[in-house]
Design a protein around this ligand. Structure first.
Ligand code: FMN
Length: 192
């Protein structure tokens, strides 16, 4: 069974991200195509990157990095729930991505974003980062508008049309997540 992490990418007090990530969690609860879990960056309390050796070397020194690496290593695919901050993803999510390398490689990702323009620019920013981390990012995405999917920009009230959008994204994510599992197995065989 594929393990999919719903990565909650905002950490600030009063974040809208929590309601969005919980909506995703609620939507997937009856699915049997994968096992889904919420991964809240706030719980990992990562400082700004403080590893002395570049993460691509895989020689982690800090206990918080090892704990984060263990969680990401346990997942086969990711749903990144991202806000848009200054036309990019959050600093917290970028930092959390930067902390690791091999644990991200040859896995799949899909995006759920929110912002005045649906978080579209945050996702475009993340798609560039995905290539460098060797994460296969699926085309379908779910974008929530602060104007039409929230009341007073703070109470989440998503339009029903986003439910089929999420289903399409998940179908793509699970298919690519399974395929990337095979890619990892083949890479491990070649390395043996
Ligand atoms: C530092 C900062 C920068 C922002 N920049 C943008 C932006 O460039 N585009 C946009 O659509 N919304 C922007 N917003 C609005 C956020 O998308 C909105 O506040 C969202 O709820 C933030 O996610 P969060 O509540 O989970 O932290 C910004 C908000 C913050 C706090």
């Amino acid at each position: 069974m594929l393990n999919v992490g719903i990565i909650l990418g905002s950490t600030r007090p009063n974040r809208n991200g929590e309601a969005v990530a919980k909506w995703v969690q609620q939507q997937v609860k009856d699915r049997n195509d994968a096992s889904y879990e919420l991964v809240d960056l706030k719980d990992f309390n990562l400082p700004l990157l403080d590893e002395p050796i570049p993460p691509s070397q895989g020689k982690y020194a800090q206990p918080h990095t090892k704990k984060w690496a263990e969680k990401i290593a346990s997942l086969d695919a990711f749903i990144f729930v991202t806000p848009e901050y200054n036309h990019a993803t959050s600093g917290a999510l970028k930092n959390a991505l930067d902390f690791l390398y091999a644990e991200w490689n040859n896995k799949a990702a899909g995006f759920v974003s929110y912002g005045s323009a649906g978080g579209a620019r945050a996702v475009e920013n993340l798609r560039l980062i995905m290539a460098e981390l060797q994460i296969a990012d699926v085309r379908a995405q779910v974008m929530f508008s602060l104007f039409t999917d929230f009341k007073n920009f703070s109470q989440f009230a998503p339009d029903a049309r986003h439910e089929p959008e999420l289903n399409t994204m998940l179908q793509q994510l699970v298919a690519w997540g399974e395929a990337m599992k095979t890619v990892r197995e083949q890479a491990a065989k070649r390395a043996a």
